[in-house]
Design a protein. Structure first.
Length: 265
C-alpha cells in the first residue's frame, strides 16, 4: 500500500515479487538444458511444476531432485509432435497439480540442414515440435484458463536465430522460431481480454544439448562472440521470473532478446 508522512507525497513501494506460491506451471522440453533450468527456477520460487518431455526417466530424476529440495514437481511424458499426447499431458498436470496458469513453451529441435536437402519427415518434425505443438498446447492451456475465469502467463522460447540467419543451414529452425514470435504477438492480442499475458524470450547461444551438437559439428564458435563465451541457463532466471511475476502485469506480446551481445542487430 502507498505510504506517506506528514507534508510529503504518497510513495508507492516497488511492485515486484518472485513468490510463485499457489501457481501451477508446465514447462516443455524440461529433460535438459534451458527447460530443466526453467523448471528448477519456477519450482524453487514456489510454483508447483509439471515437467514435460519425451524422456520420462530424466523427468523423474529432475522431479526427485526438486522434491528433495522441498518443491512440488510432477513428471509428465509428452511428445510435441503428437496432439493427443499434448492434451493428455495437460490433463495429467491439471489432475495432479491443478489448473496450469504458467506455461513455458520451451521444447524445440534443430534441423541442421539446408532447406532443399531436408527430407519430409524432418520438415514435419521441426514444424510440429517448434511451432504446431506449442500452438496446440497454448490454446489448450488458454481454453482451460478462460473457462475457469483465471488469469495466466505464457512464455514462449524463440531464438536469436529467428532474427538473424547466415544461410549456412537451419533455415527451417529460423522460420519456426520466427513463427513463435508472431504466435506470441497474435495470441497476446486475442487473450489480453482474459488477462492471459503471452510473451517470448529469444536467447542466443546458451549451453544445452542442442548447442553441444553444434559445437561438435562446427568447433568452438564462441571465440567469434564479443565476450567469447557461451551463455549459461541460470543467466535467464531473472528474465523468466520477470515475465511470470506481478511486475510484468501490463507486459504482453513482447519478445525479450537475451544473447550476451552475440548477434548483430
Amino acid at each position: 500500500m502507498p505510504k506517506s508522512t506528514p507534508g510529503s507525497l504518497m510513495i508507492t513501494p516497488p511492485s515486484f515479487s518472485i513468490d510463485l506460491s499457489g501457481h501451477v506451471a508446465l514447462v516443455t522440453g524440461a529433460s535438459s538444458g534451458l527447460g530443466q533450468r526453467f523448471a528448477e527456477t519456477l519450482a524453487l520460487s514456489g510454483a508447483a511444476v509439471a515437467v514435460g518431455g519425451r524422456r520420462i526417466e530424466r523427468l523423474e530424476e529432475l522431479a526427485t531432485r526438486l522434491r528433495e529440495a522441498g518443491a512440488t514437481c510432477e513428471p509428465v511424458q509428452m511428445d510435441m509432435t503428437e496432439p493427443e499426447s499434448i492434451l493428455t499431458a495437460v490433463d495429467h498436470a491439471a489432475e495432479v497439480l491443478g489448473t496450469v496458469d504458467i506455461l513455458v513453451n520451451n521444447a524445440g529441435v534443430p534441423d541442421a540442414a539446408r532447406a532443399h536437402k531436408m527430407p519430409l519427415d524432418l520438415i514435419d518434425r521441426v514444424f510440429d515440435t517448434n511451432l504446431r505443438g506449442p500452438y496446440i498446447l497454448s490454446c489448450e492451456v488458454a481454453r482451460r484458463l478462460i473457462d475457469a475465469k483465471q488469469p495466466g502467463r505464457m512464455v514462449n522460447i524463440s531464438s536469436m536465430g529467428a532474427l538473424n540467419y547466415d544461410g549456412n543451414g537451419a533455415a527451417l529452425y529460423s522460420i519456426t522460431k520466427a513463427g513463435i514470435i508472431r504466435m506470441t504477438e497474435a495470441l497476446a492480442v486475442e487473450w489480453s481480454r482474459y488477462h492471459i499475458n503471452v510473451n517470448a524470450i529469444a536467447p542466443g547461444a546458451f549451453s544445452s544439448e542442442m548447442m553441444d551438437g553444434m559445437l561438435a559439428r562446427l568447433g568452438d564458435f564462441t571465440q567469434a562472440f564479443p565476450r567469447k563465451r557461451m551463455g549459461q541457463p541460470h543467466q535467464l532466471d531473472s528474465t523468466l521470473l520477470y515475465l511470470v511475476s506481478p511486475a510484468s502485469e501490463v507486459v504482453t506480446g513482447t519478445v525479450i532478446t537475451a544473447d550476451d551481445g552475440q548477434m548483430p542487430r
